[in-house]
Design a binder for this molecule. Structure first.
Ligand SMILES: [Zn+2]
Ligand SMILES: [Zn+2]
Length: 296
């Protein structure tokens, strides 16, 4: 090889160095990008699973509450609400491929500031490779539209259609056994479905047409004396949680009678005065008259 040959070889070698460097960089970059994409994919599937679980908690809770209420209405025991929700969430978790997911239901309780809502507190844990997600969530579930299991827990089997419970002689017998005039509540009627009374503040029930609309629609009201939905499922007509009350319309008019609020009739009934509402009679005590603006 002559001098020019060496020169050419040397130049070619020098030229190759940056090429090799560029190639190495590109390979490295590629590898880095590949791992980034994998991580992003992992974190997005973890995120999706967490969102999915969060979305499912209220749906499942409502299903469990509804099914439990109908079991009670049909004379069965109330199943364990928390356990039932947990089982269904476990089933969803085991369906995630390549993910290790769990959603632990820590508590199911009546909402502290809205008795028309139940609050579910849960902890979501998901891992995939090195990616992890831990989140405590609190989901609120409305009980509006669900059937009220309480009358069935207190009195046993009752006739009802999709909106109204027909008490026949069941409530009347119960009241007689409590030592108050049950005969006034023969063929009494009350609501079957929990619906929030839209007439607020409640003392506007004294205005023309309001109370009659409230009664015809079978609305429920917030009440510290009435029971929350979860306690209604357990057959407790009164509880320490913020609760609900509704009216049960007696069948007979008299000069006084057991107060027509459900929690009064189902716990320790006491007497009130008749309040005539477009032909319907309610018996109310001073406290309830004041609450609903029915003091003349
Ligand atoms: Zn009302
Ligand atoms: Zn309660």
């Amino acid at each position: 090889m002559d001098d020019s040959g060496y020169l050419m070889g040397g130049a070619a070698f020098l030229l190759m160095i940056p090429l090799v460097i560029i190639a190495m960089m590109m390979l490295g970059l590629d590898e880095h990008m590949a791992s980034c994409t994998a991580e992003a994919a992992a974190s997005s599937s973890v995120k999706r699973a967490a969102e999915d679980l969060k979305d499912n908690i209220p749906i499942i809770t409502r299903e469990v509450l509804n099914e439990s209420a109908y079991r009670v209405i049909n004379g069965d025991e109330c199943p364990d609400i928390r356990e039932n929700i947990q089982e269904r969430l476990d089933r969803i978790c085991s369906g995630y491929l390549n993910l290790n997911a769990s959603c632990t239901v820590n508590s199911v309780e009546s909402s502290s500031n809205d008795p028309f809502q139940v609050e579910v507190n849960a902890t979501i844990r998901i891992t995939e490779g090195n990616t992890g997600h831990l989140e405590n969530v609190s989901e609120r579930v409305s009980v509006e539209g669900l059937p009220d299991p309480l009358p069935f827990r207190v009195l046993g089997k009752l006739q009802h259609n999709s909106t109204t419970v027909d008490y026949g002689d069941k409530l009347s017998n119960h009241l007689n056994s409590c030592g108050v005039r049950g005969d006034l509540y023969i063929n009494a009627t009350g609501p079957f479905i929990i619906r929030r009374c839209p007439y607020e503040p409640y003392d506007c029930h004294g205005h023309d047409g309001v109370l009659i609309n409230c009664l015809l629609n079978g609305y429920y009201h917030e009440s510290h004396d009435g029971a929350c939905y979860l306690c209604r499922l357990q057959g407790r007509a009164s509880c320490p949680h913020p609760g609900l009350e509704t009216f049960i319309i007696p069948g007979v008019c008299a000069s006084s009678g057991p107060v027509s609020a459900d929690h009064v009739l189902f716990t320790e009934p006491y007497e009130g005065d008749p309040v005539n509402c477009s032909g319907f009679i309610l018996y109310l005590d001073g406290g309830h008259k004041l609450k609903y603006g029915l003091i003349p």
